[in-house]
Design a protein around this ligand. Structure first.
Ligand code: HEM
Length: 408
């Protein structure tokens, strides 16, 4: 390992995230500057936290590290986050707990299992369509549509409107603009909120428009910001899955291992989550003076938790730079930890499991047919575009003595 000092400043450069340069810098920081102060510039000043145990300490202590002043780096020029104290993600206890319980049962393992059949059917259609088309963009044509099959159901979006929502999401994503600034999306959501208020169903928008918090109904703006938050968060699933396809392309032996040993599927899904760490960071603001990794964080200072770094911490994982479908235990922090731990984790796992199962059952896989175009962001990581085609599991599989077996 090189001990030449590397520059932590690159962590605020989206290009360094897109190129993967950040991994080398994080490795150096975990060793030499695990809790490091960045002076204000494009972003207000903040501490970078790169070690697994320090990241966990912050996540598990919401009394000392607040979420209401924002959970992601936000350019100084944009001022404070309007979602602060409003959305689930940007609330502190006790409001956070009350808000989470308004919607929590829609996200349980049981709810996720009820969605399994539907998501699997969508995965089957998507793989067949990809076969027929000869080639496609995995991110747009497969992952985003799989995510939509979960999101549509969760939010209570009628099937016929899912295609529109998908279009607005991808326009906002491409333009790097919040979905809430899309006029058609706003109009659509206002209508949906009205319908759900009049005839509530068992979905998230109905829960938000009919539920009460501190003895009052949520305002339309509060419902809107929460829906936008969920949609944005759910986009992580697609990035992670696309990153998983790339990981298998680089390590076909790991796919071969999975083909031979289907019982590794849950581990493989978990390893994709660790390896891709698609949510790049979480941010908190200290409410009091705290010691973290030997440094003193003052009240009011921001701390940024770099999840891909925590997930490659040599102290927490054996051979962290190896992608291994057999990895166990695998206590990655890709979903965060503590009271704000990802509420959609079970749903994300259902999506990956459905797609991988479909590929394993049909003896196929996604083969990249062109370079992946990475997302340029300090907030999320993964391919923005990934040209692929569906092929039979390659002759490489024979070389490994592999024959796909149908198990379900
Ligand atoms: C691979 C997929 C996903 C990853 C890597 C991921 C990552 C995360 C992380 C790291 C957090 C913690 C943020 C913090 O503490 O500041 C989080 C929270 C959250 N996620 Fe996910 N997420 C994924 C999928 C989803 C899905 C599918 C949904 C919804 C359908 C979702 C909805 C949420 C929400 C609402 C929160 C805030 C929870 C709270 O504050 O109580 N996520 N996610």
């Amino acid at each position: 390992m090189s001990d030449v000092a590397l520059d932590p400043a690159v962590l605020t450069d989206p290009r360094a995230h897109a190129s993967g340069e950040v991994y080398e810098v994080w490795r150096w920081m975990r060793r030499h500057a695990p809790v490091h102060w960045h002076s204000s510039g494009t972003y207000p000043g903040f501490w970078s936290v790169t070690r697994y145990e320090d990241v966990r300490q912050v996540y598990k202590d919401p009394a000392s590290f607040s979420s209401t002043r924002g959970v992601m780096l936000r350019p100084t020029a944009l001022g404070t986050d309007p979602a602060g104290g409003v959305t689930l993600a940007l609330s502190d206890p006790p409001r956070h707990g009350a808000m989470r319980s308004l919607v929590a049962d829609l996200f349980t393992g049981r709810s996720a299992r009820e969605l399994e059949r539907q998501v699997r059917a969508t995965a089957r259609t998507l793989v067949r369509t990809a076969v027929q088309s000869g080639g496609c963009d995995f991110v747009h044509d497969v992952a985003a549509r799989l995510t939509m099959s979960v999101l549509g159901r969760l939010l209570g979006v009628p099937k016929q409107d899912c295609e529109d929502l998908l279009g607005w999401m991808s326009q906002s994503f491409e333009a790097g603009r919040p979905l809430a600034t899309h006029p058609e999306f706003m109009g659509f959501l206002a209508e949906l909120m009205d319908e759900c208020a009049q005839d509530p169903g068992d979905d998230m928008v109905s829960r938000l428009v009919t539920g009460t918090l501190d003895g009052r109904r949520l305002s339309p703006a509060e419902v809107l910001l929460n829906c936008e938050n969920i949609i944005g968060a759910a986009e992580n699933s697609g990035l992670s899955l696309a990153g998983g396809v790339l990981a298998f392309a680089r390590r076909p032996d790991q796919w071969a291992l999975l083909v031979r040993n289907r019982e590794h599927l849950p581990n493989a899904v978990n390893e994709i989550l660790r390896w891709t760490s698609s949510a790049t960071h979480s941010m908190r603001t200290a409410t009091t003076e705290v010691t973290l990794g030997g440094r003193t964080v003052a009240a009011g200072e921001r701390v940024v938790l770099w999840l891909p770094s925590a997930n490659r911490d040599e102290e927490a994982f054996t051979d962290p730079d190896e992608f291994r479908v057999t990895r166990r235990p695998n206590r990655h922090l890709s979903f965060g930890a503590g009271p704000h731990a990802c509420i959609g984790g079970a749903l994300a796992r259902v999506q990956s499991t459905a797609l991988l199962s479909e590929l394993l059952d049909t003896g196929r896989w996604f083969e990249p047919i062109g370079p992946a175009e990475p997302v340029r962001s300090v907030v999320v990581g993964g391919p923005a575009h990934l040209p692929v085609r569906v092929t039979a599991f390659p002759s490489d599989g024979d070389a490994h003595g592999v024959r796909p077996t149908r198990t379900s």
